[in-house]
Design a protein around this ligand. Structure first.
Ligand code: SAM
Length: 348
């Protein structure tokens, strides 16, 4: 099969995106396969499946293949387990190539628009009552909040959403002063959910807009992390990967993987990476005088969950934090477990 090429120097951010997905999906499958006979992976904007890198000639596999291989690996070890793969791709040549590449994995490849396929897929996943991971990776602004809002209702559904900062800049930016295109742009803004937020000004600052998105995701799922992807030679970020879940263990894994891939970057919307070794001080600084939940602390810092638990224990011993009894394992911490921080004295 003649695979399309990708330019490796211009596609470093894409390669990083695949790396993050690969590093998340394997541990996710480990966990879900322990408790369920099946799980579903939905690739909403699936792409062509594989490329040849230029100039190296190396083969690069895209998101549906990454998921399929990870699923097959787990199934080889745990015979009772199966990962169901649903992939949607609108372009027919890409869908054909993808179907051929995925053939050994018995996938469900649908050629069509995700928006139209979505209701049937949602019903299928909901009826299956098994965990699901939704990868929503549009090129621009094709994916709507409408669909994502529905996904939030599913139990054990996790969402990895590629927020295209460039697509939003292009479309929302173009909306300013270009009346001729207003109707078409209006339709796209509706699909993307902007009109559901009438307060959304077209010229909103990028970070603010991202924070708004992350905030909306947090209304749906308690644990949300986001990570910017950009080309090394270009600012600002091309897109942001937003991950939303209600699973403590899954969140810790994703947060950790994001941290490893993005040590210098701004890991969470608006929150700079935290200085290592100063966990207690950072917690006091950020939450002093407040009562917050485990989910707030986990989302509001870049620290690993074990470090957070250790620091909270120590603060509790010093009388600086009060809370109910803490579990041994941070994965067992209820997301709504409350922590009351004493006001800080501002002594630095
Ligand atoms: C960014 S690429 C996906 C890459 C893929 N997720 C990966 O990581 O390997 C986006 C894909 O979505 C497809 N697409 C665009 N609009 C779509 C729609 N409304 N429904 C489904 N697929 C669509 C495009 O043809 C393109 O192949």
């Amino acid at each position: 099969m003649d695979l399309p090429t990708i330019d490796e120097s211009k596609r470093q951010h894409t390669i990083r995106k695949w790396k993050l997905l690969e590093r998340y999906i394997a541990p996710w499958l480990q966990i879900v396969s322990r408790h369920f006979p099946r799980a579903v992976y939905v690739d909403a904007f699936a792409g062509a499946g594989a490329w040849v890198g230029h100039p190296s000639g190396a083969r690069f596999e895209g998101s549906p293949l990454i998921a399929a291989r990870a699923g097959a690996q787990v199934a080889a070890r745990r015979e009772h387990f199966r990962l169901e793969l649903i992939a949607v791709e609108v372009a027919n040549r890409r869908a054909d190539q993808l179907r051929a590449l995925l053939a050994p994995f018995a996938p469900d490849v649908r050629e069509g628009r995700f928006e139209e396929e979505f209701p049937a897929i949602l019903r299928q996943v909901s009826d299956a009552r098994v965990p699901s991971l939704w990868f929503v990776d549009p090129d621009g602004m094709e994916a709507g909040f409408g669909q994502m809002r529905e996904v939030r209702q599913l139990r054990s559904a996790e969402l990895l959403f590629n927020y295209s900062a460039e697509g939003v800049r292009r479309v929302v930016g173009a909306a300013v002063g270009q009346h001729k295109q207003a109707a078409a742009l209006g339709r796209r803004l509706v699909t993307f959910g902007f009109t559901e937020r009438p307060e959304e000004p077209a010229d909103r600052d990028e970070q603010e807009r991202l924070a708004l998105f992350v905030g909306t995701f947090r209304e749906w799922k308690p644990l949300v992390a986001s990570m910017p992807f950009q080309r090394r030679d270009r600012q600002p970020a091309l897109y942001h990967f937003i991950f939303a879940t209600d699973n403590n263990a899954g969140f810790s894994i994703m947060k950790d993987q994001m941290w490893k891939l993005d040590r210098e970057g701004t890991l969470f919307a608006g929150i700079p990476p935290d200085p290592q070794g100063r966990v207690e001080a950072v917690l006091e600084e950020r939450f002093g005088g407040q009562t917050v939940t485990w989910a707030d602390i986990h989302v509001g810092t870049s620290y690993h969950h074990s470090k957070l638990l250790q620091a909270l224990r120590s603060l509790q011993r010093k009388g600086l934090v009060s809370c109910a009894e803490l579990p041994e394992n941070p994965d067992r911490m209820p997301l709504d477990h409350e922590f009351s921080f004493e006001p800080t004295l501002g002594l630095g």
